[in-house]
Design a protein around this ligand. Structure first.
Ligand SMILES: Cc1cc2nc3c(=O)[nH]c(=O)nc-3n(C[C@H](O)[C@H](O)[C@H](O)COP(=O)(O)O)c2cc1C
Length: 194
């Protein structure tokens, strides 16, 4: 049975990305996966302090709520991450988590000496994002950031669901097709890794 992580990166509990991710989680569970949900705003997590305490073991030395998340990121078969676009990148909550994963980057590239550009990842990631505006480049920043974050956790960007023109809490409820697409994607991801 596939073990998946679902990471909610919005400060809003019932915001657009949260509603989409909830649907993806439901789809994954329907497909038989076990899914653990992590709400980043509930965690006490320091930003990366760039002290490289992770240099010897690949494990971050800051003792806070990142520690159990580190183990879960290592152990899962697939992950689903949702973040709104904030100033053309991911939310600060999401970015703090990503920066703490520099320890996993150190593990992968400095300690295990994985060659750069290796593409046979052991995990798959689904990324969900929304923004209020509609510009062509709205998701350029988040996609680059997410791709390299996923690489650090040994995951490929399997699919990205990106929706423009959603701003206020619950706007996505006016788009049942988006919610349906998220549910399908969660199910497809679970099936693809089981
Ligand atoms: C701090 C902040 C920065 C934002 N930056 C952008 C932006 O750069 N581009 C954009 O289109 N929307 C931007 N937005 C709007 C959010 O992406 C939008 O409200 C989205 O629906 C929030 O998703 P959520 O409900 O999942 O939190 C920003 C909102 C906030 C609060």
């Amino acid at each position: 049975m596939a073990a998946m992580l679902a990471i909610y990166g919005s400060p809003r509990r019932k915001g657009n990305t949260s509603l989409l991710l909830r649907n993806a989680v439901a789809g994954a569970r329907e497909a038989g996966a076990t899914v653990e949900e992590i709400v980043l705003r509930d965690l006490k997590m320091s930003p990366c302090l760039e002290i490289y305490g992770c240099k010897e073991t690949g494990r971050c030395v800051i003792k806070d709520d990142f520690q159990p998340l580190y183990d879960k990121l290592l152990a899962c078969d697939g992950l689903m991450l949702a973040s709104p676009v904030f100033f053309y990148t991911v939310s600060a909550l999401t970015k703090i988590m990503m920066d703490r994963c520099q320890s996993l980057w150190v593990k992968r590239y400095w300690i295990e000496k994985t060659p750069f550009g290796k593409r046979d990842y052991s995990k798959k990631g689904l990324f969900i994002s929304v923004g209020a505006t509609k510009g062509k480049k709205l998701f350029d920043g988040v996609l680059l950031t997410v791709r390299y974050f996923l690489d650090a956790v040994d995951a490929e960007l399997w699919k990205a669901l990106l929706y423009r023109g959603l701003d206020f809490e619950g706007d996505v409820l006016e788009h049942p097709d988006y919610l349906h697409e998220a549910r399908e994607a969660g199910g497809d991801l679970a099936r693809s890794i089981s």
